[in-house]
Every structure is written in C-alpha cells, then in structure tokens.
Design a protein around this ligand. Structure first.
Ligand code: ME8
Length: 517
C-alpha cells in the first residue's frame, strides 16, 4: 500500500491560532514530508470546526455576521499553515455543503441500523462546552469536568447514539491492537477507562432553540447535530466518503490521526465506535501528543496565555536577521526537538534561543559555513575527487541514520531522530578539528584536501535530506549552496557517494547566533 493518509484536528474558529495549534500541524507536516521522502503517496487533511453556539455567540458579540466571522477566522488558520510551510492537501471546513450532507447521511444510516434512538434526557449540561454530563462524571458538584464552569440542569428529549453497544468490541479491539492509541501512556489510559466505566450512549442532538448554528438534524427539524459528531466525520467526508467512493477507498483507513491529549476520548472512543457502527475500518493510529505550557499552565485561549506564532516568527526573524522562512524552520526545529512527542513542554523565549544558538548556529550552521568556505578557498568551489570512500569516523553515524533515524521517524519520535542527525553533525565538526585541513593546505596535499572536503559535503548533503521533514527551507538552502538545486528530496538518495561532485554557491551563514539578554 503506497498511500499515507494523515490528519490534524479541525480547530475551532472562535479565536486566533496559537503555538499549540501550530505544534500539531508542524508534527503532521513533518510526518507528511518524511513519508514523501520515503516515496509514499501522502494526503494530509486539516481544517476548521465551525459550528456550535460559542462560535455564534462570539461572532454576534463582535457584531459580525456569523458566516463572515467563520470565513475570517478559518482564513487565519489557512494563512498560518502557509506561513509555517504546512504542506496540506485539503483544508476542510465543517460548514462546507458536502460535509453537511455526509453528516446527515451518516445519521440516517445509523438510525436505519437501530443505533440512534430518541429518549428523554434529564441531567447536567455545560453550555460553553455543549456537553452533557452524568452525576458520576462531575468532578465537583455542578462543575463541568472539562472547563470547570457551572453546569445547568436540563430535561428534554434528545437523540442518542448507542456507544454502549460497542464498548466490548472496542476493548477487544484495543487489546488486539496495542499500537492503536499512542503513546503507550494514552493507550493505557483509554483501555483502563473503558474497563472501569460503563459507556453512556452519546447525545448527538441539540435543540435548535438553544443551539442553532449547526447542521440540521436529518431526523427532526427541531434539532441540530452535536458539534463533535459533526466534526469527527470530517476525517472521512474530507477524502470523499459519500461523494467520491473511489478516492475514499484509496485513502481510508487513515494511517494516523494527530491531536493533543485533551481530545483523546473523542478520538479513541467516539470515533472508532462511529466507524464500527458504519461498518468502516478504524484508523490505524491515534496519536495524542502533549501540551505546550506557558508560565506553568496549558496554553489556551480560555486562560489567555497564548503565544501567537506569527509574532514569534517576526521576532525570531528580526533577531536572526534572516527572512521569515528561516525563522519558521527554527521554530519548527525547536518544537520538534525540544520535547519528545507525547510529553508536555514549557515554552519560553530563552529555551528557544538556547536551542537555536547551540544546535542551529553552533553545530549545523557552523559546519555548513566553514565547509563551504574551505571548498571555495582551497578548491575554488569545485569538489570532484578521485576517492569517494566513506571516512571511518563517519561509519557509525551513517549506520545510525540508516537504522535509528528511519525507525524513530516512523514511530513519531522526532526528537530522537533529530538527535541522530545532530550526532553526525558533531562527528563532522570534530573531523574538521582532527584533520586540520589548514595544515594539509600548507603541505600542498591537494588530493587529501579534495577527499576530505568531498566527505564533508557529501555528509552535509545527507544531513540536508534528513532534516528536510523538519526544516524544509534550510534543507533547500543547503542543497542550493551545494549546487544541487532541483535534486529531489527522496530517501533513495541517501546512500554514500550518491553525489559525485559539488559546485559550491555559498550564501550567508544559515543561522547567526542570537544575543541572549
Ligand atoms: O478541540 N499544546 O479544537 P481546538 C499543544 N474542534 N497542542 C494544543 C494546545 C497546547 N497548549 N492547545 C491546542 C477542538 N492544541 C475540536 C477538534 S477534531 C475532529 C475537533 C492543539 O481548536 C491540539 O492539537 O480546541 C489540540 O488537540 C487541538 O489544538 C484542540 O483544538
């Protein structure tokens, strides 16, 4: 199977995107680019979740027509993905007509199957989260378990989806597919939740008189569809389910759904059950990463402690005196290198600057700049030696890249994969110190200088291939400076001596050091 289908959550359009949202899409983009390097036919889906009363309320409060409001906010996300070089294939909006039709079809089909029924609901309801809660689920009396705000007591007729019917199936499925939810801590969390609790059926309708900004409930004009039921369906509607079966069949099941741990329950419980009820195969992996925190708290619009990625890129670009795209790569590198995927991270300007200075300026930037300098100074930028032998000093790193990098990238362990790349960079920096090319130069050992520089340039080329999923602009810049513009980024080219000669076109250093004040 050559296809690789991956998704991000659909973000709410009630506020501007922050670093947390950027993080998930950078992760997804990194995986998408890596899979393209491997030669896979990648499809990356992202988009926005635009229904729900809180969105309508904010639009109304700001005096704007709700359609215009969601267009504008959805656009903020699109623009950010373009800025961050997120190579998505389709941007889905839950307000698109084709998506609404699919959601209606799903409800009709589940109803026909007997998995949707109507009953009187009496219990607790959180208006801001649009969630129903049982007494057992409330953490403290009358407080929403998700947002800690006061819940209301409600009594009304509603439509329910039979989650409980599929609980045993899901437990069995999880037990025989231990990689279905990742990382392991999240898998254990989901399994133990299912083993210790009885699932309540899911209320999938909301009365229109209370919540009107949603998809019309196809079984009853008085209701709209619950936002989560609507939003989760995007993962199939966005690739043609119900409209283009050929496309759908060629892409489903999703190879990986990325999100943070806050919405794990919806993805690891509601979603596979919805699919099972529809006789559709579950996705292969649900990966819930950790949270970026700022000043000790989860970065979120409710807390107001958000870091705006566009401001950050502008500040970084100024501090580096480099264009935005280099700043974007520095940010992408920081987010993926600093914290192993799955754990929480604490965001700070000083951590970002330290990471850039030590890894990107001192190690990578320095290696590239001084190697290209030497190639120009000693060989007029033309490096084409007789000998293409891999230096013994490089062997371990090359083997590491071959085995560990691939394995780690495939397991979404981006930080560890980058560690392998940077080990090789350190080896090359040490190789320069140990070889002392300036001595070879004084002694007129031109052949030795040629093979020494060839080894470094070939090593740098291999590095650029491996950093491409994380820092595409930097990788392209390195290739350009090596005289290899247009050489495709494919893992196939990673073998030693794949490139026999280099024509250097040196540019200014990739990453200058940023002053720490
Ligand atoms: O939940 N750290 O949308 P949302 C890391 N519409 N990631 C973070 C983060 C943080 N501090 N804050 C947000 C919704 N995220 C629903 C999803 S999907 C069918 C519907 C990222 O706008 C992370 O991916 O609240 C998290 O799961 C998502 O944004 C929540 O986005």
């Amino acid at each position: 199977m050559n296809k690789y289908y991956l998704t991000t959550p659909l973000y709410y359009v009630n506020a501007k995107p922050h670093v947390g949202h950027a993080y998930t899409n950078i992760i997804a983009d990194c995986m998408a680019r890596f899979k393209r390097l491997e030669g896979r036919d990648v499809f990356l889906l992202t988009g926005t979740d635009e229904h729900g009363e809180k969105i309508k309320k904010i639009a109304t409060e700001s005096g704007e027509d709700v359609e215009k409001f969601v267009d504008r906010f959805s656009d903020n996300f699109k623009k950010l993905w373009e800025k961050l070089n997120v190579s998505y294939d389709f941007f889905i909006r839950t307000t698109c007509d084709f998506h609404k039709e699919v959601v209606k079809k799903i409800i009709l089909s589940l109803h026909q199957k007997g998995d949707i029924y109507r009953k009187k609901y009496k219990g607790y309801y959180c208006i801001p989260c649009e969630s129903f809660w049982t007494e057992f689920q409330l953490k403290r009396s009358a407080e929403c378990p998700d947002c800690s705000r006061a819940v209301d007591i409600l009594e009304e007729d509603n439509y329910f989806f039979k989650l409980s019917k599929y609980q045993d199936w899901l437990i069995k499925y999880l037990k025989s597919n231990t990689d279905f939810v990742r990382p392991k801590t999240r898998y254990n969390e989901v399994l133990s939740f299912l083993e210790k609790n009885t699932l309540e059926d899911l209320c999938i309708s909301r009365l229109k008189k209370r919540l009107s900004w949603g998809i019309d409930f196809p079984l009853d004009d008085n209701y709209v569809v619950y936002v989560w039921f609507d939003a989760l369906a995007n993962y199939i509607s966005g690739i043609g389910f119900g409209s283009n079966e050929k496309k759908f069949k060629s892409l489903w099941p999703a190879d990986i759904h990325f999100m943070a741990k806050d919405i794990l329950r919806h993805h690891a419980i509601f979603w596979p059950i919805m699919l099972k009820a529809l006789d559709i195969e579950p996705p292969r992996v649900i990966f819930a990463h950790g949270w970026w925190k700022f000043e000790g708290e989860k970065m979120s619009k409710t807390r107001g402690n958000i870091v705006n990625p566009l401001d950050l890129i502008a500040a970084l670009s100024k501090s580096l005196s480099r264009d935005d795209q280099i700043a974007v790569d520095a940010l992408r590198y920081f987010l993926l290198r600093e914290v192993p995927l799955g754990l929480d991270g604490t965001f700070s300007w000083s951590a970002l600057v330290n990471r850039i200075n030590s890894d990107l300026a001192n190690d990578l930037g320095n290696l590239v700049f001084r190697t290209l300098n030497m190639a120009e100074k000693y060989l007029q930028g033309q490096v084409c030696p007789k000998d293409h032998e891999l230096p013994s000093e490089f062997k371990e790193s090359i083997v590491g890249l071959d085995k560990k990098y691939l394995d780690r990238m495939n397991r979404c362990e981006f930080s560890c994969a980058l560690e392998e790349v940077f080990k090789f960079i350190s080896v090359m920096n040490k190789y320069i110190e140990d070889t002392k090319p300036w001595v070879l130069w004084k002694e007129n050992k031109e052949d030795k200088i040629k093979s020494f520089l060839y080894s470094l340039l070939e090593g740098i080329r291999i590095i650029s291939l491996h950093i491409y999923p994380v820092m595409p602009t930097v990788a392209e810049s390195i290739n350009r400076q090596l005289g290899l513009d247009g050489k495709p980024f494919v893992l196939h080219n990673k073998t030693w001596a794949n490139q026999k000669k280099f024509r250097i076109k040196k540019e200014s250093p990739l990453f200058p050091r940023i002053d720490v004040d």
